[in-house]
Design a protein around this ligand. Structure first.
Ligand code: PEP
Length: 243
């Protein structure tokens, strides 16, 4: 399975920086699938700047409806029109800051699939949940209730306490959770569960990417802070195992 290296720009970035960034990442190694998820306002500019490259474009959220009276939200078909092929749903910053439930995340994933987008569904426990020994239960519950039937997309395991902290889990913890997630996906989706890339996200940097990406059942990375620097994203992509 080819690894996916996805950059999540969060609420950073301006139009003026897009062309130079896109030019820089065009030199990405071709043994991984590279994906950039900038803020909505940059999608169209990125789509133009990445034309002719194999680099994919994603958004960071979508609504569960195809259109409607939802001020401030964005619909999956609008993202597709702007050039996106992927969309992150259920990022912990959305779950925490906007009170998104597993049911909301599921509706967003359904809407994304209906618009022809590949959803990247994020799951992950808080530090308190891990300390209480509940991490695997929390993640399994999120998968059960956030993934639609016959889900065909990507899953990202992002322990909340590792995001933006510079403190990723140990390799053993990542490997154990990814193995748990794979088993849950197969139990839930049958053979389809074998084909899903399970990304790891949370403080991935050029210095730790090779060891994290080599772990069992890790199918790539969702990279926040480090994706803002093209040279760091390229170094992470280069660190992914070949074939
Ligand atoms: C993220 O925002 O999805 C993320 C993993 O952030 P960081 O890489 O900065 O921890």
């Amino acid at each position: 399975m080819r690894q996916i290296i996805a950059g999540n720009w969060k609420m950073y970035g301006q139009l003026g920086g897009v062309t130079a960034y896109a030019e820089a990442i065009r030199t990405a190694p071709d043994h991984v699938d590279l994906l950039i998820c900038p803020p909505f306002t940059l999608l169209d500019r990125f789509s133009t700047a990445l034309k002719g490259s194999a680099i994919a474009l994603g958004a960071q959220d979508c609504h569960g409806a195809a259109q409607g009276a939802h001020t401030g939200d964005i619909a999956a078909p609008m993202l597709a029109e702007a050039g996106a092929s992927h969309v992150i749903v259920g990022h912990s910053e959305r779950r925490e800051n906007h009170g998104e439930t597993n049911a909301d995340v599921r509706a967003k994933a359904v809407a994304a699939l209906a618009a022809g987008l590949t959803p990247i569904v994020c799951v992950g426990e808080t530090e308190a949940q891990r300390d209480a020994g509940e991490a695997e239960h929390v993640v399994r519950t999120q998968l059960t209730h956030s993934l639609p039937e016959n889900f065909a997309g990507v899953v990202a395991y992002e322990p909340v306490w590792a995001i933006g902290t510079g403190r990723p889990p140990t390799e053993a913890e990542v490997a154990a959770m990814h193995t748990t997630i794979r088993a849950a996906l197969v139990a839930q989706l049958g053979g389809g569960g074998e084909k899903i890339n399970i990304l790891y996200g949370g403080s991935v940097k050029p210095g730790n990417a090779a060891s994290l990406l080599a772990l069992p059942e890790v199918g790539g990375a969702l990279v926040g802070g480090a994706s803002l620097k093209p040279e760091d994203l390229l170094a992470i992509a280069a660190a992914a195992p070949r074939g």
